[in-house]
Ligand binder design. Sequence first.
Ligand code: C2E
Ligand code: CA
Ligand code: CA
Ligand code: CA
Length: 278
Amino acid sequence: QALFALVERWVPPARVPQRLQGKGYSVDRLALAIQTGELVNHYQPKVLVSSGEMVGVETLVRWRHPLDGMVYPDQFIGMAEAHGLIDALTQAVVTQALKDSAAWALQGLKCKVAINVSMDNLGTLDFPEQVTSAAAAAGVAPQSIVLEVTESQLMKDLRAPLEILTRLRLRRFKLSIDDFGTGHSSLAQLRDVPFDELKIDQSFVHGAHHNETLRAIFYASLRLAKELGMEVVAEGVEDADDWRFLQQTGCDLAQGYFIARPMAAEAVLAWRDGWQRR
Ligand code: C2E
Ligand code: CA
Ligand code: CA
Ligand code: CA
């Protein structure tokens, strides 16, 4: 079925199929989807800017709705957070991501796997424990698991999550601050959180080469991250100009449609091989 193609095609900006607009899903329907495995992980490669080598993937959840086709996370993550389903959802995503990661390793692909974590997950005290046992069960080292938290969610209230983030860090998980530049964090807040990686939001990456304002924000973020000892990822690399621009910046990693679209687990190895031969 074309809707479930291995590699994602272009999606309209609204990311909502027309027949879905205004429809919405019930909480019960989403709970059922989580239970019955209708949620599937797609993966988008993260590559080194210097060499192009693929060193990681970001896990992006999708809902393969039997009638409506592929439903994107913007349509259901908020509902999961609001109705107490996010722990179950994250658990399902983590389990699948670690399983896929272990399978890739057996096929000779060693790369980090990043997982998006909601602020509400960080309010669950045994979250570090849960991820640790999931990692152990799958035989994946915490060092190769990256947990991404968006800057805007973090800055709402840092105290409780800070404790959980610190515990995750002590267990050697990698922490990444996502959508950087859109969340208004202060320098003091950033210094207090033990992040390994900073992802510059796509709105400051795509088109930065010909826009002075974007470029200024891009470079300010890059320098800040470097001074705090973090690795930097540029998101939203959509065309060859974005990619060429990055090569002159000292940014470590890149991710975006120009490099690869999110894809099913089964497509990742073939993509990597094709990309290496490019
Ligand atoms: P995000 O973490 O910032 O993920 C990047 C989003 O940008 C993804 O949208 C990805 O498909 C899209 N993208 C990648 N490359 C490009 C590009 O070159 N140009 C443009 N315009 N977009 C690009 P997606 O998959 O629809 O996910 C949307 C958001 O949903 C994610 O934003 C993340 O915050 C959230 N999300 C996704 N999966 C999960 C999950 O498992 N758990 C939680 N809590 N949130 C998730
Ligand atoms: Ca992310
Ligand atoms: Ca992002
Ligand atoms: Ca985002």
